[in-house]
Design a protein around this ligand. Sequence first.
Ligand code: PLP
Length: 373
Amino acid sequence: MSCDFLELAVPGVRGMSPYQPGKPIEELAREQGLKVEDIVKLASNENPLGPPPSAVKAMAESLAELARYPDGSNYQLKQALAEKLKVAPEQLTLGNGSNDVLVLLAESFLDADSSAVFSQYAFVVYPLAVKAVGAESIVVPALDYGHDLDAMAEAIKANTRLVFLANPNNPTGTSFSKQALSGFLARVPDNVIVVLDEAYFEYGVGGDLPDGIDLLDHYPNLVVTRTFSKAYGLAGARVGYSISNPAIADVLNRLRQPFNLNLPAQFGAVAALKDDAYLQKSIEINQQGMAYFEQGFAGLGLNWIPSSGNFITVDLRRDAMPVDAMPVYEGLLSKGIIVRPVANYGLPEHLRISIGLPEENRRCLEALSQVLA
Ligand SMILES: *Cc1c(COP(=O)(O)O)cnc(C)c1O
């Protein structure tokens, strides 16, 4: 008889459920007998342009060096980021995706005697990271699908060590202003670390999304996280980072795996960071696609949550009638369209759709209108 290994696991891990990613294209192709090239995946907020060619070239060239360990200090990438963001290299912590950095923060500052505050409809990685270390999750009810920052400030307890904010938020796309953020930070005790997840920051450049980096000098307890997975088109390379007080970066660096960024990823990220034309195009195609979906949803009599990200969460209720999003999701799958159900976020009547290329958006909207008919 083998023993019950789940019972052997530490309590935090026993209480976790695995992260559910968007359905992979290959999997749907197998299930529905469809061709990979006929499938449209708008489920994981990936960049529809494909990776920046400049990054692909740099990564390919790096392959000749694969027998060597990568630079564990990430010197080149830190230099490039420091220059671009006008911060010191000592303020940067690189991760295998920003997910890695979020987990490092939880593991560094939380334990079974502490708590973390985040919002209802927050990114599912926050509760997972908090649970894994056995800490308490304090979930604050959302306000209009977004963060209720006043209620979040009030929810902080004596044992709270971390607060997670996402601006824009995933899966709702909501955002808050610089004034709201500053007001919140002013109320947070200085021994509580505020993690401001700006995974979609680049999509808001030129708009009124705050830049968390501007507030770092004022608030030593602020940590800003960003990623190359979205606007920089490198989700598969796994590169993310945080910008913080160097003392916080020092803590994270003690726990960080020595080689958490692989060698091609380091090269790809440096190249992507210099590719302003690619970034600009990503932002433009996103704005066009967002406007297209908003217009299309309005035409179908559907509401949506206004989004500052590269995705839009549509409410499938028409005339306030209750609806289950799952059959609609499955109807779209049968037409080769993968979107993201968000029932696991407490939004069983919504679907989250990543903004794609114009033709992908058109196919998605057409399929949605057919499935709803
Ligand atoms: C996509 C996303 C991330 C980025 O994850 P990576 O690990 O960097 O790919 C982080 N936070 C939020 C809210 C996201 O939606």
